[in-house]
Design a protein around this ligand. Structure first.
Ligand code: PLP
Length: 438
């Protein structure tokens, strides 16, 4: 299968090239040339299959031409060493819990899959591959844990000193092995600038193989479609009303998660429609309302992983629906929730149902509540475990209401091993080159 750039100025490339490049040379995002549709028989069979088997069928449709079945199965099964269960919250609303992976956020799925696909495509005899990732918190931990122990690949996480939470920092700075954490004296933007300069440095890129693991990579974006199929299968098992389709609400920032759902729908998955849930960074909400797309600087909210002012995957949504505002609106509704709204939803859902939404999931829940028709049922994506936002949560639901899972507690007990780094490019470069020669 070939992958074309949404800007259509670069040549289409193989999966291998799309995955190792990330962004197309014309700055567009790669999309598969065809999105295969499943036969109706597949959907009759689906409820009887376990998650990993469902994921494998979807993976074969997407990547089957490019990766041998045995290898693909290894990648899929190894990625999904945890479940994405569907949990009933109220009469007509379910949560799809995507936080049962190593860092307890949905990015684990994409990051783990990408690490394994990159290992498959990476020339084992050749020089090691260096993955650079700048993070304001969650991406660094998902990528670092996703690549942990993957042979031939070294990950360097750059993060702003003092500007990520203790639990976030521990999740990528305690790992060791093939993961290095650089604690940068500066802001997130400084970290991102260092990474950008490295990619643009001809001598450096000649001496070492560099790549990025950000969310625009097809190997991170496409596997997110797996759990939409599983959600539908588990939902059908419970409701037993064939022929119907749920509404699915997706808490969104860069819109990779929602776009993967749209790809699943194009593959034939019965989804009545999506609701794109924004926080106060409501650029896509405004677009859906007015047809005008105006990126703007992001503002800080309680659902901080959704604080994005120029959603990178929006280009893929436009491309998928031929830039038609009408078609996009047929497939997805919009919603926005303020911080006060987030607090209210978390409190009300907790009191009324006993379920704990995290600040991101709360946007999804509220979006469903606002949009669900009288006879419709809905699923919202729970993108992170509430304990990742302990302070916010306890302020809202009271001390002692949010359990700290074993997995996160274990990170807290480990020793941080970050390397202090200035925000000067020369220092970062010197550190990288020392590794290239090591
Ligand atoms: C990254 C993230 C999101 C936003 O996902 P996109 O694919 O960027 O839209 C939502 N919730 C959490 C917890 C996240 O980490």
């Amino acid at each position: 299968m070939l992958y074309y750039s949404t800007n259509r100025k670069s040549e289409p490339v193989s999966l291998r090239e799309a995955v190792t490049r990330g962004l197309a040379p014309d700055n567009g995002l790669y999309m598969p040339e065809t999105i295969g549709r499943f036969e109706p028989a597949f959907f009759r069979e689906l409820p009887a299959l376990p998650f990993r088997e469902i994921a494998m069928r979807v993976a074969e449709k997407l990547f089957g031409e490019d990766i041998p079945p045995g290898t693909l199965q290894e990648i899929v099964y190894d990625t999904l060493g945890f479940d994405c269960p569907l949990v009933k919250v109220s009469d007509r609303i379910w949560a799809l819990e995507l936080f049962h992976g190593p860092t307890m956020a949905f990015k684990d799925v994409g990051a783990r899959f990408m690490a394994r696909m990159l290992r498959h495509f990476h020339d084992k005899e050749g020089a090691p591959l260096h993955v650079l990732v700048a993070t304001s918190g969650d991406t660094g931990s998902a990528v670092a844990n996703g690549f942990l122990g993957v042979e031939g690949i070294h990950v360097t996480v750059l993060y702003p000193s003092g500007k990520v939470s203790e639990i976030q920092e521990k999740q990528f700075s305690t790992l060791g092995r093939n993961i290095s954490a650089l604690e940068v004296e500066g802001t997130f933007d400084d970290c991102q600038q260092l990474v950008k300069e490295a990619f643009l440095d001809p001598e450096l890129t000649r001496r070492m193989r560099l790549t990025s693991a950000n969310s625009i990579n097809v190997a991170r974006f496409l596997p997110q479609s797996f759990y939409y199929f599983n959600a539908w299968a588990r939902w059908l098992e419970e409701t037993r009303t064939p022929g119907t389709a749920p509404v699915i609400a997706v808490p969104s920032g860069n819109f990779g998660n929602l776009t993967a759902g749209m790809v699943a729908r194009e593959m034939g998955l019965p989804v009545a429609r999506f609701i794109a849930a924004n926080n106060e960074n409501d650029i896509v909400y405004q677009y859906l309302k007015t047809g005008q797309y105006h990126p703007r600087p992001s503002v800080e909210t309680l659902a901080n992983a959704m604080d994005v002012g120029a959603p990178s995957n929006f280009a893929r949504i436009l491309d998928l629906y031929g830039h038609s505002h009408r078609r996009i609106r047929e497939v997805t509704g919009g919603f926005r929730l303020t911080d006060d709204g987030i607090r209210e939803v978390i409190r009300n859902v907790h009191v009324q149902t006993g379920y704990l939404c995290d600040p991101h999931g709360a946007c999804g829940y509220a979006a469903l509540l606002a949009h669900l028709g009288e006879h419709e049922e809905g699923i919202f994506l729970e993108t992170a475990h509430p304990s990742k936002f302990m302070e916010t949560m306890e302020e809202i639901t009271g001390a002692g209401t949010v359990p700290l899972p074993e997995r996160l507690a274990a990170f807290l007990g480990k020793e941080k091993r970050s390397v202090p780094m200035s925000s000067r490019y020369a220092d970062f470069r010197e550190w990288l080159l020392a590794r290239a020669n090591a």
